[in-house]
Design a protein around this ligand. Structure first.
Ligand SMILES: CC(C)(COP(=O)(O)OP(=O)(O)OC[C@H]1O[C@@H](n2cnc3c(N)ncnc32)[C@H](O)[C@@H]1OP(=O)(O)O)[C@@H](O)C(=O)NCCC(=O)NCCS
Length: 216
């Protein structure tokens, strides 16, 4: 997986989260607008508790994992998955996804690219789909899900939207012939530059290759 992402000419480092990132997460959380905090945590939290930050940084890189994007030494975006246990469907292999892009970095393609990379990671680890719970007023998150997987199933339940983004089989991801498949657009990510937007008329089209997670 390419460890560098270029957004508007700025090179960001992408890597898995580490337990030592707690301070960086805390600083990022303090820079988030109240709206972003509310959309991410579904509550008007003034200051995230240390225990919450610790839990967010403490992943096993299998059941739970997160990718962070760093500008220099500061985390500016986080994308995470957390495998779901479904007692009714023990065979289900879905994971919950959450993405947070710092306000100053929003609308620059970072959320889309991090989601693709996280999708590749989850797929490589045997997940079938990523589910995202979204508040109805969160137009950005709803738009992002639609941009990633135009035919994703989205249902309204208990006051929130739940999107389920199916992950394509790894073979599809590695196959350039998957270009054009809306599904593969989630996991097939090119080098991460703002300039790699789909060609005109192909908004949301798949990328020709998928990052190799094994090479991370
Ligand atoms: C939702 C969020 C992750 C999007 O990240 P982002 O980096 O700004 O998104 P991108 O720039 O990659 O946008 C990708 C696509 O999403 C859609 N999108 C992004 N912002 C949007 C907005 N404000 N309104 C409508 N669609 C939007 C667009 O389709 C966009 O594609 P385009 O730029 O080609 O039009 C970011 O706004 C965020 O972190 N919000 C606060 C936390 C949150 O809501 N998390 C989601 C719930 S877990």
């Amino acid at each position: 997986m390419n460890p560098v992402l270029c957004v508007d000419g700025t090179a960001l480092t992408i890597r898995p989260i580490e337990i030592t990132d707690v301070d960086r997460l805390a600083r990022m959380a303090r820079r988030l607008s109240p709206a972003s905090v509310y959309f991410r945590f579904f509550a008007p939290i003034r200051r995230l508790q240390w225990s919450t930050l610790l839990r967010l940084a403490d992943v096993d890189h299998w059941r739970r994992d997160a990718l962070v994007a760093l500008d220099g030494d500061e985390i500016v975006a986080v994308a995470r998955y957390d495998r779901l246990a479904d007692a009714a469907r023990p065979e289900a292999r879905d994971a919950e996804m959450a993405i947070t892009v710092e306000d100053a970095w929003q609308h620059r393609g970072l959320g889309r690219q991090l989601a693709r990379r996280l999708g590749a990671l989850a797929r490589e680890r045997g997940c079938d789909a990523l589910r995202v719970t979204i508040l109805p007023e969160n137009r950005a998150a709803l738009g992002l899900m639609r941009a990633l997987v135009p035919d994703a199933s989205v249902r309204f339940r208990d006051g929130t939207y739940e999107a389920r983004l199916e992950l394509p089989p790894p073979s599809q991801c590695a196959n350039p012939s998957s270009v054009g498949s809306p599904r593969s657009s989630l996991t097939c990510s090119p080098a991460l530059t703002r300039g790699d937007a789909p060609a005109a008329g192909a908004k949301g089209a798949a990328k020709p290759w998928c990052p190799s997670v094994s090479s991370r």
